[in-house]
Structures are given as structure tokens and as C-alpha cells.
Design a protein around this ligand. Structure first.
Ligand SMILES: NC(=O)c1ccc[n+]([C@@H]2O[C@H](COP(=O)([O-])OP(=O)(O)OC[C@H]3O[C@@H](n4cnc5c(N)ncnc54)[C@H](OP(=O)(O)O)[C@@H]3O)[C@@H](O)[C@H]2O)c1
Length: 293
């Protein structure tokens, strides 16, 4: 797998090991001894330092694998260019299956230009679809973990759930841990379809309000900022005011993600949660409670 030193990637690695898989983590030179991967190594993963610019080196590193799992994060040079080299290597090494670093809302239902990071995934997946390899993308909505801080939706200080558009629009949330567990199960399942869709919980804004109130024991109210178009306009202004950035997640990227979700277009359906029945899906309330305490 690639991206094993990352937040999602190391969890996928551990979940694979827990399922008895043989895991080979491809890491950048110098990264094999990062503290983040110490547990992976202790649990039995093989850490292989590899030059990600070399298809030949990647091909050698992929030899004998049953599935290449990517949990890389980045912009074009990673999601499109590096993943293309990894894909070419997987094909050259005769690896039968590939799971790209998607882990997001259903970008196949979104128009080009509505989300920069998801456009890159769409571009890579077009290439993936042409390759002689069985591809599976895991789509999980938004990481529930983000609701405790990074995503300004549940505002703990003022006890409000801030939103745009319709408070009854269903939204998909899955914890990073559940996404990793599901991805590991999918990686070991040779019968997966092209897309697998999961949501630890499908919650509306009203559902988030209820979950936050239950998690904190204090009543939360709704804070409607306007229609979804208002958020669209805010994104344009923010992008115009901010200097061009090669941050993977500048402030307007999170806003684009929320905008996409509030439109309802990238809603995941049907859901494949039941495919691996041993996974226990963590509800939003439980995640919010970790922040409330
Ligand atoms: N749905 C959601 O709400 C949500 C939220 C967050 C993330 N995600 C997705 O989950 C996936 C993983 O994200 P993450 O947060 O786990 O990322 P992360 O913690 O930033 O880890 C990124 C990984 O990519 C590797 N990487 C980056 N650039 C590289 C390069 N040029 N060459 C080789 N390796 C490189 C890093 O290696 P080093 O350690 O060597 O730098 C690291 O292992 C991404 O697809 C991301 O978009 C989804």
C-alpha cells in the first residue's frame, strides 16, 4: 500500500493486519522509521522505501501483491501523476486489483469545476478505468472526525449547528477508523464492484442538532446562513481574496466540500455498509461526545 504513513493509510494498514493480510507499505526514502509507522512495523507490516518517481522501482515493490491500496494525499502531482505511476507499476507487476485514494463524497455525480480536489480524483479514475486492472473506489462522505473541529458545522462554543440550504438534506458521515476498516475488508475481497459506498451515519442538519444536544447534554439550535448559493458566493469571494495556494486543504476547499454536500448531489446511494457485517459503524453522536467531554 501507498500512503501508510498518513492518518487514514496507517489505519488501513493496521486493519489489514488485523484481518490477517500480508502488508507491504511503500514509503518515501527516509520515512520507514517515522514514529507513525512504528506500530505497523511492530504488527508485522513490511516497510519498503521506494522512489515514487520511478515506475521501475514501484513495479519491483508491487511484485506479488494481490491488491494495491493507495491512501496518498496531495494535489495533481500526487493524486494524478504519482498515482498514475503507481497504477502503471501495478499493471506491469501483474497486480490484479487497485484501490485509489478517493475516500470522499460521490464525485461521479458532481460537475467538473465544483471541487478542485475531487476533479483530480475524477481525472485519475478515468485513467484507472482504461487500465487492465480491477479497480474499486471507496466512497465514504465526510470523515465524521472533522465535525469535532475542522469543519465549522457543529459550533460547540455557541451551541449552534451552522448550515446552508435545507436542514433536512441527508448528508453522509463516516469515521476515519470505519473507512479504514471497510477499505481493508474491500482490499481482501476479490469480488468488489467498481464503487463501494458507505456511511457510518446518514444525518440531516436536524440530526446533527439532535446528536450534538445528546452528546453534550445541552440544547443546540440551528443557524441557517442562507441558501446553498450563498455558500457558493462566499467560496468565490474567499478564493478571489486568498493568494493562490498549493495547500491541499485551503479554507475554500472545506467550503467546496460542504457546498457539494448541502446540494445533495453527491449523496451516496445505495450504501454497501452491510457488505462486511463485522464492522460496527460509529454514530455521529459518539464522535461529538469525544469533543464534548
Ligand atoms: N472524506 C473526508 O472527509 C476526508 C478527510 C481527510 C482525508 N480524506 C482522504 O483520505 C486520503 C488520505 O488522507 P490523509 O488525511 O490520511 O492524508 P495524510 O495524513 O496527509 O497522509 C498522506 C500520505 O500521502 C503520502 N504522500 C504525500 N505526498 C507524497 C509523495 N509525493 N510521495 C509519496 N508519498 C506521499 C504521505 O507520505 P509522507 O508521510 O512521506 O509525507 C502520507 O503517507 C486522501 O484521499 C484524502 O483526501 C478524506
Amino acid at each position: 500500500m501507498a500512503g501508510a504513513t498518513g492518518d487514514l493509510g496507517h489505519r488501513i494498514g493496521l486493519a489489514l493486519l488485523a484481518r490477517g493480510a500480508v502488508v507491504r507499505a511503500l514509503v518515501r526514502p527516509g520515512s520507514a522509521h517515522k514514529p507513525e509507522v512504528a506500530t505497523l512495523r511492530e504488527q508485522g507490516a513490511e516497510l519498503v522505501e521506494v522512489d515514487f518517481n520511478s515506475v521501475m522501482a514501484l513495479t519491483q515493490a508491487c511484485a506479488g501483491a494481490a491488491c494495491v491500496v493507495s491512501a496518498l494525499s496531495g494535489l495533481r502531482e500526487v493524486i494524478v501523476d504519482l498515482q498514475k505511476r503507481l497504477l502503471d507499476a501495478a499493471v506491469a507487476a501483474g497486480v490484479p486489483r487497485f484501490i485509489p485514494s478517493d475516500y470522499c463524497i460521490d464525485y461521479t455525480k458532481l460537475p467538473m469545476g465544483s471541487n478542485r480536489n475531487l476533479d483530480l480524483r475524477r481525472e485519475f479514475n478515468q485513467r484507472l478505468d482504461q487500465a487492465p486492472i480491477q479497480a474499486t473506489s471507496v466512497l465514504n462522505g465526510m470523515f465524521t472526525d472533522l465535525l469535532t473541529g475542522q469543519a465549522p458545522v457543529v459550533l460547540f462554543k455557541i451551541k449552534r449547528v451552522m448550515y446552508y440550504g435545507d436542514a433536512d438534506q441527508p448528508l453522509d458521515f463516516t469515521t476515519t477508523a470505519n473507512t479504514a476498516e471497510f477499505t481493508a475488508a474491500a482490499a481482501l475481497d476479490p469480488t468488489t464492484p467498481r464503487y463501494l459506498r458507505v456511511a457510518g451515519e446518514v444525518a440531516t442538519v436536524r440530526g446533527l442538532q439532535k446528536a450534538a444536544s445528546q452528546a453534550t447534554g445541552e440544547p443546540f439550535k440551528l443557524l441557517r446562513m442562507g441558501g446553498v448559493w450563498v455558500l457558493g458566493a462566499l467560496i468565490k469571494v474567499t478564493k478571489a481574496l486568498m493568494p493562490a495556494s498549493d495547500d491541499v486543504f485551503p479554507p475554500w476547499q472545506g467550503m467546496q466540500y460542504m457546498h457539494n454536500m448541502f446540494t445533495g448531489r453527491p449523496k451516496l446511494q445505495p450504501l454497501d455498509n452491510a457488505r462486511y457485517p463485522d464492522i460496527r459503524w460509529t454514530p455521529v453522536r459518539e464522535v461529538l461526545a469525544t469533543r464534548a467531554g
